[in-house]
Design a protein around this ligand. Structure first.
Ligand SMILES: C[S@@+](CC[C@H](N)C(=O)[O-])C[C@H]1O[C@@H](n2cnc3c(N)ncnc32)[C@H](O)[C@@H]1O
Length: 656
């Protein structure tokens, strides 16, 4: 290294240390295969997080399990995909060096991970540049203290002790409650993103500012060392700004975050892109801090580099967050991101970049940290394995939908199931009571479908004088069991902002064969949170009939007010239905159901509309919670069991 550069580094470091020392470190419908008891009630699904995103809707249920359930569960962290800091630049070719021969010999290599096979840590001063020496002495003194954060056996044993030491930083809350807080913060963020009138990168920035103003940041003013309560390895985040909101990474300007600990700057978290695209193993991560390095927004910041170096000696835990959809950390934003929390690492090796100003750090994962499934990473990296398609149907709707609905089977040779594709509910009119009327939004008023006339439209008045949909057509936070949309009997135009779910599907959906759940549905394109997906269509039958269909319950969906004195109904999508009949159950769903009325006001037979509960990446299976109750389906006195293969970490193991 050039000695003048070294001097600069040292001076820079000293000034920064001074500056830093003055600063305080703050920083349903229910699917009813049958029902023995008709005392079912409609219910409200609400997430337990104040004003955050909540869902109401019917449940999918085998039985009469009434309103006690909590309804579909949102997964907080599965958000979008694609990498933020995309730049036109390609990821640099990384040159590994051969240190075993004492002279550093760059090799011509491909992008595969190759780290020199040297015993480095024992004598770092021999292999590393002089810059490290000044640190070594200082840091060695602190080492004993920080040693307990290293990820050897004592790390696990002392975890409780650690927490106590940092109890002013990471509050001692139960994991569930911490997780819930993270969910709520993410939902608040998503809501702000949805209602934003800005565009591009300004949206998450604005959302972040709103949350800050409202005091919704988690661990506000604190920098946590090690795991952040409520955040698990593998959790995904859509925006860089969200990492700050949840306390995972506080530095909004740089991909390396640090804190002053016992007088030294140590790194707390790193946000980076992977250097090696073809390597999806998360056991080791290489962080390169040079000009073309992979650390996000790291414009060769000395302070950040030094913090990582100190962490090399201190062996403190450093959180690693990887942007899965970008190769290069130095570039601009493309607004299509996917940050994955890889877990707690420690800096294992440090090397100067040959011929460049930066350093390369090898971070190794703690053996006690959860591994991220390769499949999961592949999905987000878009390295989806090419599957051999055994059966393909171009459009199972036969032109009835706005988009063709292809059906692909790469699992076995099963062809399209025998059913009739419909775009309107069958038997709707016959079931409607004569006492119920057409829904007219303009009775006594002039509904013109504007946000300004929420008092004039009687449909909106029924929704509590609030438009349930945002300007971009996504559903707003609602705890209403039924939403009233304007319909064809209202005076407003078809473009009225209170008409969203009565139109055809807006996303190119695809039916595909799953390995264990039969057919399933996914989207060719990513779906923003709150978007309308489709209606659950079929034939409306009386509950009495549905109860007898115990052996043929797969496509039954309980609707409406389930203890209504004038009768209870079920949708049977067995013989006729639409794409919704193929949507599977998940214990951690990405859709939710909402009762909606727009053409009549008979609450016994509302439309069952499915909406996205979160941002859904393309090609991700769409699921909602059927809300069955375990052990409630009984046939001739014998409890029927159906096992769940949703694969969610929260999976309860059974549908019913
Ligand atoms: C409404 S259908 C969904 C589409 C269905 N997979 C098909 O092939 O037509 C409901 C049925 O799908 C299956 N299913 C849905 N979700 C499941 C899950 N998570 N695990 C196992 N089976 C599931 C069950 O047999 C259930 O009765």
């Amino acid at each position: 290294m050039d000695p003048s550069h070294l001097q600069l580094l040292k001076r820079e470091r000293d000034t920064q240390y001074q500056l830093m020392s003055k600063r305080r470190v703050t920083q349903n419908g229910r699917l009813s295969p049958f029902r023995t008891n008709t005392q079912l009630k409609p219910f409200q699904v609400t997430q337990n997080c104040g004003s955050s995103f909540s869902k109401t809707g019917p449940q999918f249920k085998p039985h009469e399990a009434p309103s006690s359930k909590t309804g579909s569960q949102l997964k907080a962290f599965q958000v979008i995909k694609n990498g933020r800091p995309s730049s036109s630049k390609k990821a640099p070719l990384v040159k590994p060096f051969n240190l075993s021969s004492k002279t550093i010999v760059p090799k011509n290599i491909n992008t595969k991970k190759t780290w020199p096979n040297v015993q480095r840590t024992t004598e770092p001063e021999k292999t590393n540049p002089p810059l490290f020496k000044s640190f070594k002495k200082k840091v060695e003194d602190k080492n004993l203290h920080l040693q307990r954060y290293s990820d050897d056996a004592t790390y696990r044993n002392n975890k409780e002790k650690e927490r106590t030491t940092f109890k002013n930083q990471s509050s001692l809350v139960s994991h569930d409650s911490a997780k819930n807080k993270v969910k709520c913060a993410l939902n608040h963020f998503q809501t702000c993103v949805r209602i934003s009138t800005l565009s591009g990168n300004a949206i998450p920035m604005e959302a972040s500012k709103i949350l800050k103003r409202r005091g919704k940041f988690l661990h506000e003013g604190k920098k946590i060392i090690g795991d952040v309560p409520g955040i698990e390895v593998g959790d995904m985040f859509q925006y860089f700004e969200v990492l700050n909101v949840v306390g995972l990474h506080r530095n909004i300007f740089n991909g390396i975050d640090h804190v002053r600990y016992n007088g030294e700057l140590i790194a707390t978290s790193v946000v980076s892109c992977r250097l090696y695209d073809d390597e999806l193993d998360d056991a080791e991560v290489v962080i390169s801090t040079g000009e073309e390095g992979n650390v996000i927004n790291n414009h060769n910041q000395l302070k950040e580099n030094l913090a990582l170096m100190t962490s090399y000696y201190a062996k403190n835990p450093v959180r690693v967050i990887i942007n899965l959809n970008s190769n290069n950390g130095s570039g601009s934003f493309n607004g299509d991101e996917k940050y994955c929390y890889y877990g707690v690492y420690k800096v294992d090796r440090v090397h100067p970049e040959i011929g460049k100003s930066g350093y390369k750090f090898l971070l190794v994962k703690s053996p006690y940290q959860k591994k991220i499934a390769c499949n999961e990473l592949r999905k987000y990296k878009k390295i989806v394995k090419r599957e051999k398609c055994l059966k393909f149907v171009k459009d199972i709707s036969e032109g009835k939908e706005y988009f063709p609905i292809p059906m692909t089977n790469c699992v076995d040779s099963e062809s399209v199931p025998d059913f009739q594709y419909i775009t309107r509910m069958v038997n709707h009119e016959r079931c409607k009571s004569k006492r119920f009327n057409h829904l007219k939004g303009n009775v006594g008023f002039e509904c013109v479908g504007n946000y300004s006339d929420s008092d004039k439209c009687s449909c909106v008045v029924k929704n509590g004088r609030k438009f349930p949909f945002n300007r971009n057509g996504t559903i707003e936070v609602t705890e209403k069991n039924i939403i009233y949309e304007c319909g064809h009997y209202c005076k407003c135009s078809s473009k009225c902002c209170n008409r969203v779910s009565q139109y055809k599907i807006k996303f190119p959906l695809e039916i595909f064969k799953t390995k264990e759940k039969g057919w399933g549905v996914r989207s060719e394109k990513k779906i923003p949170s709150g978007s309308f997906i489709c209606e659950y269509l079929g034939e409306i039958i009386e509950d009495k009939k549905a109860v007898k269909m115990i052996d043929n319950d797969e496509y039954l969906f309980n609707i409406g007010n389930t203890n209504h004195k004038d009768g209870v109904f079920t949708i049977d999508a067995g013989k006729c239905g639409n794409v919704a009949r193929f949507i599977n159950h998940s214990c951690s769903p990405n859709l939710f159901c909402q009762n909606i009325l727009f053409d009549h006001d008979d609450v016994r037979i509302p439309h069952i509309m499915l909406f996205a509960a979160e941002d859904i990446p393309q090609k991700t299976e769409l699921t909602y919670n059927y809300n069955y109750k375990i052990d409630q389906v009984v046939d001739n006195g014998v409890v029927k069991k159906k096992y769940c293969y949703c694969g969610a970490s929260e999976c309860v193991g059974r549908l019913y």
